[in-house]
Write a protein that binds this ligand. Structure first.
Ligand code: RTP
Ligand code: MG
Length: 143
């Protein structure tokens, strides 16, 4: 299994719950390394661009309202099988279906306010990382 990078967001409801560190600890415990991170408060234009694949869906405006409702943490996670591993740590999109011990089981408030985002493929990860970080803001971790 090759080392991958994936893109992750601690969404506004989880930042508001003050669990950024708790969520980062889950990544680290699973062997994922944080190789870039920052706090941002998205504009509507930024949120709409990030979620462009969902434009036109009934939940789109509510999703943009939520994602612009407060600051988020954006980070790049590096490790073996990082895309799939991060999705496992997050749990199912709908917290009602999320396994016990996953981020969404523990920190989601609803289907929309579901605490975390993680890229769904390597292709998405590459696009999403580039949406938020310049190349020189992602730091290779050799140890
Ligand atoms: P994400 O992109 O945030 O990691 O979540 P995901 O892949 O598990 O789910 P996706 O289908 O990409 O949906 C993106 C986000 O939109 C919100 N959503 N709301 N009300 C609804 O029916 C609905 N469906 C999706 C969630 O916040 C979801 O994470
Ligand atoms: Mg998605």
């Amino acid at each position: 299994m090759t080392v991958e990078r994936t893109f992750s967001i601690v969404k506004p409801n989880a930042v508001a719950k003050n669990v950024i560190g708790a969520i980062y600890s889950r990544f680290e415990a699973a062997g994922l390394k944080i190789v870039a991170a920052k706090m941002v408060h998205l504009t509507r234009e930024q949120a709409e661009g990030f979620y462009a694949e969902h434009k036109g869906r009934p939940f789109f405006d509510g999703l943009v309202d939520f994602m612009t409702s407060g600051p988020i943490m954006v980070q790049v996670l590096e490790g073996k099988d990082a895309v799939r591993r991060n999705r496992e740590i997050m749990g199912a999109t709908n917290p009602e279906n999320a396994l016990a011990g996953t981020l969404r089981a523990d920190y989601a408030d609803s289907l929309t306010e579901n605490a975390a985002h993680g890229s769904d493929s390597l292709e998405s990860a590459e696009r999403e990382i580039a949406y938020f970080f310049a190349n020189n803001e992602v730091c290779p971790r050799t140890r």
